[in-house]
Design a protein around this ligand. Structure first.
Ligand code: GLY
Ligand code: MN
Ligand code: MN
Length: 442
């Protein structure tokens, strides 16, 4: 096991326990196996909250952090027990003793005993930190146990027990990345960056979108990613107007742009990078004009990032630059302020500036605090991903623009005095892209 990960998990558990009031428990269910077809399951991926606090990757588990009324704390795990036959078929299990020895649980039990043991664990506590609605099985087990305990409460034998959301504690912690997480995010971005460069070199008319997706998946998993952070988006020509287009059997056309939005997942941390480039290796005049507009908006938005700025400021820089550029190209007509106020750009740019990045590609954490856009602080990681999508069917557009779609996405770490672009290894200037597409060495 990765000792750095285990130490990080221990620190995080201590931080959670410090935030819990006496007389409470945090309950985190692990992910369950999910059936794909007949007797085949989807690839298993542990729940991100569960990973964050334990590092444990087996399915069907529970993690509890208890702080009793006298502030004594306990880390309890419920896991699948060791089973010689099941392990021959499906692999090693740490089992009841293993999770104590390796993952530092104070107590551990077979997961089949979860609902039986729960009543004793909850009895005498006042709050359960668990986000109801996230896991139906756990919702039922917890609410049934609380109902039983309420009978004791009504006879004055046990304090009343309230559900509280776990999100404000756990997801606010996950929003600020620790050193271990930053290393994993950097690695995910570096592996993904070289995957993007590989695709820039391979892209050629006649290849199918799915073939480039396969190359990216192979590259990331061969380089040590546990998986892809999400299904790669490989979209050529008008397909790129669909924001989450799935790679199809469409052949790349030499005159099209190719949009690749893809990222590996390294030690469960996501990269999320998009580049758009011409299949034939040279931008046409119209493609270069739209590309430069998006790149300018992205560059200025990234340059504005530093602690203290509001998350929404990133979008406002993008929108201002986009609208200026669209007016210069004659795609929008009118005065800048009213075009922005009327959101006249949103038929061509209809999404936000980006999102938090971490264990989940669209990572957790509130974007608003007390109704106001959240201020950035060092340790946050986010994407900046403006795009312009000019539909082929939009007859209000000059025909030279129709069907052009561009998105450029980078992964940014907020630092104490500004930012670091974790995905900086993938070229995005027109000249650098055209150079690498002429098969310069990686
Ligand atoms: N890859 C999905 C996104 O950029 O949000
Ligand atoms: Mn993204
Ligand atoms: Mn993306």
């Amino acid at each position: 096991m990765d000792s750095e990960l285990l130490s990080a998990c221990k620190r995080r558990r201590l931080d959670v326990l410090n935030s819990l009031p006496p007389g409470s428990v945090l309950v985190v269910p692990g992910a369950q196996e999910s059936r794909r077809n007949n007797d085949v399951n989807y690839n298993f991926r542990q729940d991100s909250d569960f990973l964050y606090l334990s590092g444990f990757t087996e399915p069907n588990s529970y993690l509890l952090l208890v702080k009793d009324l006298s502030s004594q704390t306990k880390f309890i795990m419920f896991v699948e027990p060791k089973d010689a036959v099941a392990e021959i078929w499906n692999g090693f299990r740490y089992g009841i003793e293993g999770v104590k020895e390796v993952f530092a649980a104070d107590e551990s039990y077979p997961v089949a005993k979860f609902s039986d043991k729960l009543e004793k664990i909850l009895d005498g506590l006042q709050a359960i930190y668990y986000s109801l609605g996230t896991c139906p099985t756990t919702d039922d087990i917890l609410t049934n146990t609380v109902k039983k305990l309420h009978k004791k409460t009504s006879r004055g034998l046990s304090p009343s027990l309230a559900f509280k959301p776990a999100t404000p504690i756990l997801h606010e912690m996950r929003l600020i990345k620790d050193d271990y997480e930053i290393k994993c995010l950097e690695r995910a971005c570096n592996i993904s960056a070289s995957g993007h460069k590989l695709l820039m070199q391979k892209a050629a008319a006649g290849l199918h979108e799915y073939q480039l997706a396969a190359d990216f998946i192979h590259h990331c998993t061969y380089a040590g990613c546990n998986d892809l952070a999400y299904q790669p988006i490989v979209a050529s020509g008008v397909n790129a107007c669909c924001l989450h287009h799935m790679p199809s059997d469409k052949e790349l056309n030499k005159d099209d742009l190719l949009l690749v939005d893809a990222g590996g997942e390294y030690k469960h941390y996501a990269a999320d990078i998009t580049r758009t480039y011409p299949v034939k290796g040279k931008f046409s005049k119209a493609q270069a004009a739209i590309y430069s507009l998006v790149l300018n908006a992205q560059t200025k938005a990234i340059a504005a990032i530093k602690p203290g700025i509001e998350f929404e400021h990133i979008q406002s820089v993008i929108v201002t630059e986009m609208v200026k550029g669209l007016v210069e190209l004659g795609i929008l007509k009118g005065d800048l302020v009213s075009l922005i106020q009327q959101k006249s750009y949103d038929k061509y740019y209809m999404h936000s500036s980006g999102h938090w990045l971490g264990l989940d590609v669209h990572d957790v954490g509130f974007y608003k605090v007390d109704g106001k856009s959240r201020q950035l602080v060092a340790g946050m990681c986010l994407t900046v991903e403006p795009g312009l999508y000019l539909p082929a069917t939009d007859t209000t557009l000059d025909s030279k623009w129709r069907g052009i779609a561009v998105r450029i996405e980078d992964d940014i770490l907020v630092t104490s005095n500004g930012y670091k672009v974790l995905s900086a290894n993938v070229p995005k200037d027109i000249s650098a892209i055209e150079a690498i597409m002429q098969h310069e060495t990686l």
